[in-house]
Design a protein. Structure first.
Length: 119
């Protein structure tokens, strides 16, 4: 029987793991990775490979970040009084090609003015 020496190293993995052995990535790290992907200019597959994560995992994080719900609590609604300008006294305004402006208070006055101007 031939004996050989085996050298091994046991390293404690950082971060939490699920029961099936998957690494649980903290929310802050997921956000950091999604921002990094968006800024990288790489394809999703290239970025995932570079960071050592599965492409499908990155795709899920990107989707969830894009469809994140808005916070349910928001600032209280504030109302403000708005004062509108006074109603103009002219109902109609016509700007002529020569730069003149013709204004009238109602349709009857405008028709009468145009009738006089047409003579």
């Amino acid at each position: 029987m031939v004996m050989t020496t085996i050298t091994a190293e046991v390293v404690k993995a950082e971060g939490k793991r699920a029961r099936d052995g998957r690494t649980i990535t903290p929310a802050a790290r997921r956000t950091e990775l999604v921002r990094g992907y968006r800024a990288s200019g790489l394809t999703m597959a290239q970025f995932a490979q570079r960071e050592g994560i599965k492409t499908s995992t990155l795709a899920k994080w990107v989707y969830l970040a894009a469809h994140a719900k808005l916070p349910t609590t928001s600032a209280p609604v504030r109302f403000a009084e708005v004062k509108l300008p006074a109603t103009p006294r002219w109902a109609f305004e016509l700007t002529l090609p020569n730069g003149w402006v013709v204004r009238a208070a109602d349709a009857t006055a405008l028709a009468a003015l145009l009738n006089v101007a047409g003579r």
